[in-house]
Design a protein around this ligand. Sequence first.
Ligand SMILES: [Zn+2]
Length: 707
Amino acid sequence: MRPISLAVRLLAAIVAGIAALPAQETMQTLPADNPFARPSPLLYATPPFDRIRDEHWLPTFTEGMRLHLAEVKAIAGNPEAPTFANTIEALEQAGALLTRVSKVFFNLTESNTNPTIQKIQAELAPKLAAHQDTIWLDARLFARVEAVFAARATLPAGEAKRLVERYHTAFVRNGARLDPKAQDRLRGINEQLSSLTTKFQENLLADTKALAVVVDTEKELAGFDTAAVIAACDAAKAAGQTGKFLIGLQLPTSQGVLASLADRATRQRVFAASMDRCNRGNEFDNKALVLKIAALRAERAGLLGFATHADYVLQDQMAGSAAAVAKMLASMTPQIVAKARGEAAELQAWLDANRPGTKLAAWDWAWVAEQVRKERYDFDENAVRQYFEMEHVLGGLFLMAKTLYGVELRERKDLPVYHPDVRVFEVFGADGKAIGLFYGDWFARTGKRGGAWMDNFVDQSILLGQQPVVVNVMNIQKIAAPGVTVLSFDEVTTLFHEFGHGVHGLFSTVRYPLLSGTSVPRDFVEFPSQFHEDFAFDPAVLERTAIHWKNGNKMPAELVAKVRAARTFGQGFASLEYIAAALLDMAWHSLPAGTQVDDVGKFEREALEKAGVAWDLVPPRYRSTYFAHVWPGGYSAGYYAYLWSEALAADAFAGCMENGGMTAQNGARFRELVLSRGMTQEPMAMFAAFRGRDLDTTALLKRRGLK
Ligand SMILES: [Zn+2]
């Protein structure tokens, strides 16, 4: 999933508009050739990508916000007594134009951006924040919401009642109950935060680029395959350093190249550069921004009646409280640290035997771990890749979809796409009925940020007569041969993961857009995705995916067993760097309003020490100055959510295994009790309905090899 704040999510849902409201549409001042001026005439109202140009964005957003505010004003000023229909349902129907343009624009800012789009994004951020606040802080509107909320007992139980509660909570959490002076301050804080977080992201992009490591000789790239050497050579040439080699830093995670670089000095340079991101005292330094953002968030939480930002955030998550998160993280920390220490001892033993006199350092970890992995499991990642060719992998993915859910995906070549690499599939149910569209944008390219995510172009909603249009985005390198792409097994599981988000969007059958599909708390949203990862290991799926692209041979059972066994290798390190980042996030966002922090580095060190995870050999996955998830991203006091969701996924998958594995019966239950429901029920209730009991973290510990 794309990290996205509840507020943005709510805005997106609030502005999710009705497909055609002629009276409103004619109010528009947009020229007729503007591709957003009318609802898309294409199948499922999917965006007309072939007609969209950068010059359309600003005028469309301006007009979209103007129209949306006019509609909201009309709802607030309605002379009739407030009712569910004329207030809550009306809000759900307002803002069609703004939704249409937002859904496309905010996808492209991630998957197909350019300097023009980035500039527009920076210009829009504070305007959209202010727009949102104007709605939350409209006293007449809130009075109506409050009246409907007070009378909610008269509504039929189910979606309508839940929708009212969600709206009411959102208004209150966004300051509707504050006095005008406090509301003014809140507005100011939100606008400032919007600009500061945008600046953080710009700095991170710029410094990551500036920190690329250049080496003079090919010898220093020992361990790279030919393709990687050529890429480094080309990158240096493009940067005006012909004859040298450039290793670009990856954004925003740890550096994958560290596992293949045999030259210790090069490794150290790459590692140091990656740790230095936005912490060098240059124009791209993020330390001052971190302090300012943390302080403003704490102040905002205080205004809204919470002790800390973490308390404010967690109140509206599945976890329910910062204390519940702290308890879960603390309960797992000792096992994780012990596992990582054991791994360090193994790596040191390998060094003693193979590089006598070398003391394991942080920049050695990935490379030595790779040598140990190769020795122990005796397979080469690159050899495994040759068995996972893209078309076969998609065949296995679609086989899973068919087996679990009875659905079929048929490729459509007649719909416009935003890049030639993007593919479109129409999804049909077992009854032959069309469900929606699935876009696959799987290949890496410039203009796409790193990582993998899912999003909607159109949200499913019965009220708005909309069927879902979802997209999966990944960064798979095209490397095998012309027309042939092979995937690492990690990429295969990521593909299944994102598809899990995809079916969460596709199978949604709710009435209101606010409650649709993946509009669930972020500590629940990774549950369906991680649940689907495990099916990549299903024997029937592997039969279909694991076929050598050159000779057509099936992957030998022995190699399958090795890949499976290797899955928990290195989980001590991975879990520790993850949990350290999650604890760091919680520390920053557990500051009471008015707390004075002056030194980012010192705060970070002390926080990690206090949590028992400070260890130079395994730094947190993200340090404060490049922790994009929690500063610009929507994951503040929320990075723990991946682990929380994974606990749900591991436990639910274990339940499936107890009941026959990948079967239509298990699929039907998961679809009915979880995937179809969006946010129409409490997350814990959905989980428990499927599992038949409350959450137990034993399956998670087993999944990660920690038990
Ligand atoms: Zn995900």
